[in-house]
Design a protein around this ligand. Structure first.
Ligand code: A2P
Length: 356
């Protein structure tokens, strides 16, 4: 378990504050939950209180955060009294049950699960893409904001500036997704399997049903009737919702690769008008949350290791798509930290937009 360090003062005040909210972290022992704590501390997020919540299994455990030892409490229906902001990452079923309870108690929920992403009226937000969709949401006044799927966030931080410049008509994405997206236990299983396979032993397969170390496989989410899995369809539907345009043609192939915590994505676009690769590079160089690694001379492009533990989405292989000969095709390769921009950082950035 990682340790978050910074100075956050505790207060026993009971009045609501939107400049120094009282914060609950639901799923505080999980991979994203731990990253919430790191990101809150590193960004000096102003908090007058923090309440760390997880299952009964973890209740009573100690976690170092903000220079203090905090005790994990069991998540119950009473957990949100006096809370202004609740960051959820404990899975969809927990969000479905407890996010409305938290909202009812006056906490504004930023939910990392898929439970409410497609619910009409619930904003689905990436601050670099559609911050205006947070209109009407106020800290301490209830309401739910959904954090998009990690692959969607990472793709759209890179593609939205190009969409604004030249109008994306079609987007084809292939992902190379890390273990962290399946939670802390999956990361541990990848590590364990790596040791086992190197020792010539059979890999332990509890989280995934097949060997993960030194292998890759189609994303482990449910397969749907159209032959796409849920992860792939999230990329389609969430992009449509955030761009406010369901006419953009999108198809994805999502794959798990034996990487610990950063996703990579190959993205090919068809644009509404021609856009040269130099112009695309200039647009991306100015885009918030984007860093470029695109050194053809040294064959140096973004890797998951470059992105791990970092806030930005790294973009490279920026090139004209030679299979589209009208100058409207563009290809990119992007990498982003699944736990940070793909989850915890994006949620905290949403919360920062709500601070007054
Ligand atoms: P716990 O560690 O007590 O099981 P990850 O995404 O890394 O798998 O983490 C899942 C997070 O969701 C953990 O913090 C986990 O807590 C939490 N969680 C799982 N089930 C529950 C539950 N029934 N009530 C509250 N938190 C839960």
């Amino acid at each position: 378990m990682s340790t978050a360090q910074s100075s956050v003062s505790a207060s026993s005040s009971t009045s609501r504050s939107t400049s120094s909210p009282r914060v609950a972290v639901v799923g505080a022992t999980g991979a994203v939950g731990q990253e919430f704590l790191d990101v809150l501390a590193q960004r000096n997020f102003p908090m007058s209180e923090v309440r760390l919540l997880a299952s009964a299994r973890s209740a009573g455990k100690s976690v170092e955060f903000a220079g203090k030892t905090h005790t994990i409490r069991e998540l119950t229906e009473e957990s949100f009294k006096g809370i202004d902001l609740a960051l959820f990452s404990a899975g969809g079923s927990i969000s479905k049950k407890f996010a409305p309870i938290a909202s009812q108690a006056g906490a504004t929920v930023v939910d990392n699960s898929s439970a409410f992403r497609m619910t009409p009226g619930i904003p689905l937000v990436v601050p670099e893409v559609n911050p205006g969709d947070l209109k009407g949401i106020e800290l301490g006044k209830g309401g739910i904001v959904a954090n998009p799927n990690c692959s969607t966030i990472i793709a759209l931080v890179a593609v939205t500036p190009l969409h604004r410049a030249a109008g994306v008509k079609r987007m084809v994405v292939s992902t190379y997704q890390a273990a962290s997206g399946a939670g802390y236990a999956a990361m541990m299983e990848l590590e364990q399997q790596s040791h086992e396979v190197l020792r010539g032993q059979a890999p332990t397969c509890k989280i995934f049903k097949q060997q993960y170390a030194f292998n890759l496989f189609s994303h482990n989410s449910s397969m749907l009737e159209n032959g796409y899995n849920e992860e792939e369809m999230k990329l389609v539907k969430e992009t449509h919702k955030m761009w406010g345009d369901a006419t953009v043609k999108i198809a994805a192939t999502c794959v798990r690769v034996p990487v610990m915590r950063a996703h990579a994505e190959s993205i090919t676009l068809t644009l509404g008008k021609a856009l040269g690769e130099d112009e695309a590079r200039e647009i991306l160089a100015k885009a918030p949350g984007v860093s470029i690694i695109d050194d053809r001379a040294h064959n140096r492009f973004p890797t998951p290791i470059d992105a791990s533990g970092k806030d930005d989405v790294y973009v490279g292989r920026i090139r004209q798509d030679i299979s589209q000969d009208d100058g409207r095709g563009l290809s990119l390769f992007v990498c982003g930290d699944q736990l940070r921009k793909g989850a915890a950082l994006n949620a905290v950035q949403i919360a920062e937009l709500l601070l007054k």
